[in-house]
Design a protein around this ligand. Sequence first.
Ligand code: FEO
Length: 396
Amino acid sequence: MAVRKMAEGVEWVGSIDWSRRLFDELIPLPSGTSYNAYLVRGKGKTALVDTVDPTKVDELMVNLARAGVKRLDYVVVNHAEQDHAGSIPMILGRYPEAKLVTNEKCAEMLSLLLHVDKERVMQVKDLEALELGGLTLKFHLMPWVHWPETMVTYLEEEKMLFTCDFFGSHLATAALYADEEPGVLEAAKRYYAEIMMPFRSSIKGHLEQLKKLEIETIAPSHGPIWRDPSVIMDAYREWVSESLEDVVVIPYVSMHGSTEKMVEHFSNALIERGIRVKPFNLAVTDTGELAKALIGAATFVLGTPTVLFGPHPKAVYAAYLISVLKPKARYASLIGSYGWGGKTAKMVSDLVSAPEREIIPPVLVRGYPNREALKALDALADQIAERHRSDPRIRR
Ligand code: FEO
């Protein structure tokens, strides 16, 4: 439990989750996470900006008590997902006068997910402001910085932006600020890959919108706070940009060594052609690291044996993950070994196809790769190198 002062009238009252290792039963959290909640006290009214995961509600309650909060007027809800909103029913019970302040879509989701009483909700529109007495909160709707109802809240007097998931990182640390802890930008990059990458085009627009605001502090609801907003905003600009890295990501799985031999030969062939490779053995891969590698890679090549009549299930998982994360890779292909036939190429291609992505014909060989198979892999490396050399979007 801790209450940490950030500015006059502004305190961190959230919770650090040191031991959580999985989010949404999907995303590995090697370094835990945090649920940041912020108390903003004006001369007349008090607001809580976001809450915490319900497993940590006791910590939030103790923090509010230690901060001396007897009456809570508003709970600003930037996002309806349970890791931020899940404690709302308990907060509304403890502070009967508190109103939830959020946009129409978020109010609808709170009603569906948490059965929140509509009487307790005060709906706000884009750019509407809420006066607390000497401190003013202004709401900016920013859909799809994770879900369609997301918004950010700007504390005008402090030029502080509460962004919830946007600009966050899954990182449990005692450091309140990003500049107090090494590795926060890497954690934020991984977080972007896992959570934000599918919404790249929306985020581009939001970054433009935020240029109109003078921002001195970015306070997300996961991970440390950015006292120099340019660090994280410049990084986001790069991640959502059209520029690509001269990199081939190779997620692969091999059962008896044939596909692995192909991956090894193919990786070396690319390295010889001056291209960086990032192979990931899907049997042991941390999917967060795979997602991070995909942020800027110009190309990915999936490696899979054929199991019965199609790709190995771990390769199907990786292909599906790629299809939902929507990385900007412009080129994709497939390599692997099969025993007697199957539909591997079509099934993988159906999963990873995307507008503006060229699927380069795969190299699938029967059995353990022979000299001809290795030559075919060299030819695939040549094709990729040629595309990388002629594509002006790729930074070399
Ligand atoms: Fe941190 Fe989308 O919740």
